[in-house]
Design a protein around this ligand. Sequence first.
Ligand code: SAM
Ligand code: SF4
Length: 449
Amino acid sequence: MNRSTAPKNPATFHVKSFGCQMNVYDGERMAEMLGARGMTAAADGADADLVILNTCHIREKAAEKVYSDIGRLQRDDGARPMIAVAGCVAQAEGSEISRRAKTVDIVVGPQAYHRLPELIAKAGRGEAAVDTDMPAASKFDALPGRTKQARPTAFLTIMEGCDKFCTYCVVPYTRGAEISRGWTAILDEAKALVDGGVREITLLGQNVNAWKGQDDKGRVQGMDGLVRALATIDGLERIRYTTSHPNDMSDGLIAAHGEVEKLMPFLHLPVQAGNDRILKAMNRSHDVGSYLRLIDRVRAARPDIAISGDFIVGFPGETDAQFEDTLGLVEQVRYAQCYSFKYSPRPGTPAATMDGQISPAVMDDRLARLQALLNAQQAAFNAATVGRATRILLERKGRHPGQLIGKTPWLQSVHVQAADFTIGDLVDVDIMGAGPNSLAGAISRRKAA
Ligand code: SAM
Ligand code: SF4
């Protein structure tokens, strides 16, 4: 490794996270841990002694991005920061990364980042610093407590890993087996976040609704029990969770959507495709019928719930007719917002070597058609809120003086002139207009729904 120009004892750091919200959460925890050890956060990589690239391996493009980013960290005078590659690319590629990119000093997997301080010291001494262990003890126990947050919203990882092995997906290999964090640790972290000014918490997990554990009285609980316990925390106003798996959507959690006021009416429930043969080849363990029945039950419990999802187009063997079935499912569900991707073969997954890989041109065409439909549904969902009174949580400043941006219960951004209010306030607004990606609101004197 070429370490000659990298600082040996970094005093400042910058974490750049790619990919999912769980990476954002991990990045925040790394920053808090290094801050607790006396290091200072730098606003961007150009000024930092240590740059941590917290990577994503879910699709090929995301994984390759890390190598171009490493190249850009070389500075004009020949100096460079100490470079750490963290996250799922680190887990999947291990020491291969430092062979391919000689300037990488540290490689640390998503279950081992609590050991970053030791790895930084090792790299400073010029030793190889690679840790992709999946230790039996949870990294969470080794991390310092949460510090005061800059925003009124926060992520909180409650489970990690995945046992489902969808045939296209790297997560079970990069994040390991499904592990739920303990009840008390989660509630303590939530209380610490609220004490630090947080008013909305989004619970995170690769399949967050698979969370299970025991409460402080030893009773077995699922995520619905956890949500109900979190809802008793004074000062915590809103609870969200993502991402859910259809097979882990329990009766109790569905009921909670109708009963727990603080649980927001938004459900991200990926289906991936609308054809049973493709779902079977994906090893999704749900079919179109069971998914649609589930959506009906959720809507019966909470009629105004916004439904979101993920789709993959061009899975190996997908025919035109099977793709049309996906469009048909979308028409039936009427989504509020969705993510959609072209299938990306991932090394080591069963689908990567399946017959019938689809050409890029066909995938482009299918993605464009699916996204046109999803965008139209999102615009229709937004338009349907115009004229409505609702409550938003103000999260950040807008571009214009006195303008703030908040979120509705259905996760839509609302721009509002709110000079008398401050970030973190929950305010009643009337929705005056809707665009494809956001709404315009005005402070309301009516009581919000
Ligand atoms: N656990 C969640 C579930 O089962 O719905 C999804 C978590 S996964 C990290 C996020 C999304 O990435 C998936 O829902 C899927 O749409 C997409 N994804 C995963 N592997 C992919 C691949 N090989 N190619 C394209 N998209 C992929
Ligand atoms: Fe990946 Fe499937 Fe697990 Fe979701 S359920 S993380 S898509 S393997």
